[in-house]
Write a new protein. Sequence first.
Lengths: 575, 337, 360
Amino acid sequence: MARELTVTVRPRPSRLEGLDRSAPVWIIAAAALLLLMLLPLGWLGYLSVSGEGGLTLAHYARVFTDARLQNALWNTVVLAFWSALLSLAIGAPMAWLTARTDLPGKRVIRGLVMASFVTPPFLGAFAWVMLAGPNAGYLNKLYRGLTGAETPLLNIFTMPGLIFVVALYTFPYAYIMIVNTLELIASDLEEAASILGASRLWVAVTITLPMVLPAILSGFILSVLQALALFGSPAILALPAGFHTITTQIWALFQYPPKVEMAAAFSVPLLLATALLLFLQKKLLGRRGYAAVGGKGGQRRQIALGPWRQPALLACLAVMACAIFLPYGILAKAAFSRAWAQPLTWDNVTLGNWSFTFLSISTQTAIVNTLELGVLTACVGAGLATLLAYITNRRLIVGHQLLAFLALAPVVIPGVVLAVGLFIAYTRPPFLLYGTLWILFLAYLTKEMPVGYSQSDATFRGIHPELEEAGRILGAGRLRVLGEITAPLARSGIIATWCFIFIGVIRELSASILLFTPNTKVMSVVIFDLKEEGQFGAIAVLGLFMLAVTFLAVVLMQTLLGRDVLGARPSGGSG
Amino acid sequence: MRKLLVLSVLAAFFGAAPACAQDARVEAAKKEGKVVWYTSLALTSSEKVAKLFETAYPGIKVEVQRTGSQRILQRVMQELQANIKNVDVIHTSDAGHYVLLKEKKLLMKHTPAGVDRFPPSFKDKDGYHYGLRATVNVIAYNTKAVSPAEAPRTWKDLLDPKWKGKLVTAHPGYSGVIATHVLALVHLHGWDYFKQLAQSKPMLVQSAVDPSGVVASGERPVAVNGGDYTFYQIKKKGNPVEIVFPKEGVPLVISPTAIAAFAPHPNAAKLFTDFIFSREVQQVLADTEGLYTGHPEVKYPADRPKLSELKLLLVDPEELEKRNEEIKTRFVEFFGA
Amino acid sequence: MPGVSIRGLHKRYGDVAAVDGLDLDVKPGELVALLGPSGCGKTTTLRVVAGFLSPDSGEVWVGDRCLSSPATVIPPERRRMGMIFQSYALWPHMTVAQNVGYGLRFSKDGRRGVPRTERDGKVTEMLRVVQLAGYEQRYPGELSGGQQQRVAVARALVVEPEILLLDEPLSNLDASLREEMRFEIRRLHETFGITTLYVTHDQSEAMVISDRVAVLDQGRVAQIGTAEELFERPRTRFVAEFIGKTNLIEGTAERSDTFVRGALRLRVFDANLTPGPVVLSIRPHQIALGPASLAPPTSGGENVLRATVLRASYLGDAVDYQVQLDGGDLVLRVAGPVTRRFRPGDAVALTVLQCSAVRL
């Protein structure tokens, strides 16, 4: 009561007093994101229409009339469509088998799908060169040895070969979408139909399928997006066969003398196509309130496969053999061989690839660069994503919806396109970053923002706002609450975000390939360079090293999250 | 500093410099600490040269950046545009590049010690760049897949439809060796030759080093081009590879080296350039790498033909520079990518 | 000890007006419950008072300080308030002592943080008050629901707030514990005498705990008063319906104390009706039920009605009857004693002991 008297009479507080002292932090984070997104894309759009005499559509006219570029465009459409279809054909049955049936070894299969999810696609493509090159490919040699045939069984340097390899590392996206939906559908819904007299097949067609359909379509679209954005696999498999995709063509336009305007004009349609696809996917998921399918209470009973258990398991393992066992096996063999195509006899065994790889200064620099960039991007990215997700979850500033949109927007930007934008934006004043690690850092930060953001978003959704409000009302300011209450609660989520970004960064190729300079090479670029020189052993060593680092991060993340990577929302990271 | 500079200029002027001047040059280079070498020489070879230099001059690091000739030019130009001064010594296999770089005043005049005795084709008349090494483009085949009797003997033999799906070629858009090769064969047989060659759907690889690996693995049994040294090396490792020197002649590729006008480590660059033209290094290039050099005292392995025994197809660097874009465009037109 | 004054509060979410012109005065040291169905704006009002939301218009005053107005909102951390949340909002990564002691560190306008040396003593003392002595080093996850609730109470009270806000604090407890905690909260209020706003949708909870209850309807205060006032003399149809079970009959006020609906005539006690259409509220237990023989044969005495039992439901401590008035379609709910039972079809006499009327 005595205290009460000491308070001076202040009828109304001043504006300053009411101001949230944490506001500058949110505004700076928002501005950083805005700059990060708009600068490269703005330049990209501008350069695509700028000519010597002002604005022009000449670059677009050339893009759409040049037969070579049109071919690349068409090849990309073919590749994206078929590889997405194949992804679905692999991912959907496997999702159903692991989610709803008594398939043996479901956990193992799920683990292997996850391994395929984190395998850099270009490493897979590279391994498949050794497996299914028409003449020297291990599988073809085996086939010829067994059958005495002249012609190869498989030729990986063809469009079907490319589609096959792309699908092997894209199908996890379809799998994730579908498996997560299937696990939401309570058996009651199906049993309700059974009790009314529907046969098992009829139930599947009329009840289960319509409920999973949006997930199937959206898995298809996600796979298309992946295939559209890929650079490494087409560069390794399509170029030797003499055809281009959009991404490799954009890369080729960057060779000396670089035709940056053309590359920009070629990038914009790709950007629009991916944006349109993503929009479609959102529409599909938004309709019919399908997300609420099951509710949490429903039980899921397993469907007995009966005599089909073993064949189904074999089919799953066959896919995993193509995606994991064979490629990893051949990489391991190449890493210890003098000549990868020769049998692994004592003469052929060597540690030379290892010493060559790890003693070479360029590789050492690249490894250091990669890890530096990985750690730096993961730290800054996780920090920024956390702040942004916090802002949007707690609606701290006006226009927070726009922030969420911007943070997720890079999903539609293929790495090569982003790199073109960044190259244009940061090779001229006011930001001269080309030739430094910073431009790569910006590329990775932008590219990984959607992953980081959705991961942090999920984290904050799990933290009840009242926990923070309790701190506020007791006298702690917003930033203090963020530091002392929210951050400790979100810690494992934030570290998982960190790992997600880290994994994405160390495997990144498609943006790096346009942005590196000799001093700023990263591992993926070195692998690509070594590929051009035919250094299979060194590539295998570096690839295995990259996989080892990746799996280390995955294990760390799983421990922290208490669930596997696949439970998370998929996003647009790719090589 | 100024004194050092004067000394180093003097040293360069007198060629065989007195010991103290030599020491001053080394000191100046050591102060710079490193030399950055953009090179198209195969990674294993260039790292070997770098190690030799680092042993000879402890305290000066060589930063090897190995990639294809065309990529090197692209990087240099891009870096200049972004105002990055990184490279000291530029070494590609496309002599045309040096015509362009010299024209743009991007090269530093420096005559390495002892090059006066090199053949004229290895020397720039204005003294900006000198041929570090040479190779000839050859045909090679996998002896397990192709018998000597049916192996191609001439460039024209490769047009035989029986080679369909069996050939591999490197890319002039990546490799200077191959760009030179293409121009030489265009002189010999015209563009029609490549148009017909493309009918056999050869596998496209990038580097002139790569065909050797492809042939050795048996992925494609016949390489339609590639530096003979790459085949020689892989053959010496015990791979079933045989080299064919076609009768029409072999395109000679002399790969020049020069110091960038804006080199951030000029003293180390000069020291390094002098070093790689020394008899010791040139002999190493010939011995372990199977390269040809301009050094008159270099001895070649007995299993290598002498350059003088070969019919060489020469290409004018100026023409190579002028037709660079045409070579790339037409090649892509015929071969697809 | 200041009171709270809310003046003309408006708060919209998009097109929906959550709070629509709300006025409320809480006297110093008083406990007022905000009672209403979900969506009536009670939680929004509480959150505006706490400073988590800013008003579209209107003001919130505490004593002589204006804390919220559309122009300026003092952030929650400078309001010297305490709050107990529906979810308790205990921080799982802190011990009980850390949770309770958290607020002691901060200085709030005109008030210093408690020196480190005194904090432990205060925490221990407060835990003793809420009967959790010895639980200092436990983590919230190791406590039962009731114990967590007590920690939340201790955490809010230990900082000696000027105003205490409670947001449905008992809704997560099971029935028996809830009963116990009602008295506990009332006891603490009587001990500390802090001006308190208590949000709940449970009317019996509101009646037990509060000095006065404010019934909220569509973002406004429909009526504020003691439990008895609200129950006996609801001022709107909504309040009459919301507080307890009742029979509502629409009709006309003929005189200041007479209600008429067709043949039905009732005298309304201590009412001051203005003639015109009104709604009459008769609580089921305000009707006495007797055998038809007790009633006068025809129109009968004052407020005695003849009726027939339609349904009787035995509830243990009472019997819930639905009866139809003779000569009309009106059906009334009547609570009768278990000692004298009627069956469906029985003719009965109803005596309306008390009723109130609300103008339409």
